[in-house]
Design a protein around this ligand. Structure first.
Ligand SMILES: [Zn+2]
Length: 183
């Protein structure tokens, strides 16, 4: 499985492993192998550890807490009770550790617990800091991916210009063409 990392933040990339939330949700972390692949592709740990079903379950709990909290302001709702303590508790754990193998090469090692602590720590920095105001939901309403808008104008609309932005541009182009085509 190839995961997508376009949210501009690790915690939001994790949140996006449940896709198309408003219509036909697709669970991308269906089992331990998926979680192991996500961890590796996220660059969180080079060493693939044994991942259990319970690890997948805990990862999904953290993911949903992050998603609900990150989207609370967009929905003009307060965060759900219990989500903030869950993220904080997870962030309190030991994080993945770097091993400087040679000049220009550090590998990261750790257990799933350490991976979750690392993601939760970064979630605390995002959700508790000024950048939480830059969290947007993709303009493609089916997509439901959240991202951090790092653009200077603060007007980024798509999680990904190639996929969601590309689809929208193609649709607009077809609309224009059909409107301007001679009868
Ligand atoms: Zn999108």
């Amino acid at each position: 499985m190839e995961f997508t990392f376009v949210s501009g933040h690790l915690a939001l990339d994790l949140a996006a492993t449940l896709t198309w939330r408003s219509s036909y949700p697709i669970e991308l972390l269906a089992g331990p192998q998926d979680l192991s692949a996500w961890i590796e592709q996220a660059g969180l740990a080079d060493v693939a550890e044994r991942v259990s079903d319970a690890d997948v379950e805990r990862t999904r709990e953290l993911r949903e807490a992050v998603y609900r909290t990150a989207s609370a302001e967009l929905l003009d709702q307060p965060p759900r009770i219990g989500d903030l303590p869950l993220i904080s508790r997870t962030a309190a754990g030991r994080q993945v550790t770097p091993v400087l193998e040679e000049l220009g090469r550090t590998v990261w090692r750790g257990s799933v617990d350490q991976v979750l602590a690392t993601v939760a720590h970064q979630a605390c920095v995002l959700l508790g800091g000024p950048d939480h105001r830059r969290i947007r939901s993709c303009a493609d309403t089916q997509c439901t991916r959240l991202f951090v808008d790092h653009s200077r104008s603060g007007s980024r609309r798509w999680c990904d210009k190639q996929t969601c932005g590309g689809r929208a541009n193609a649709a607009a182009y077809r609309r224009r063409r059909s409107q301007s085509s001679p009868r």
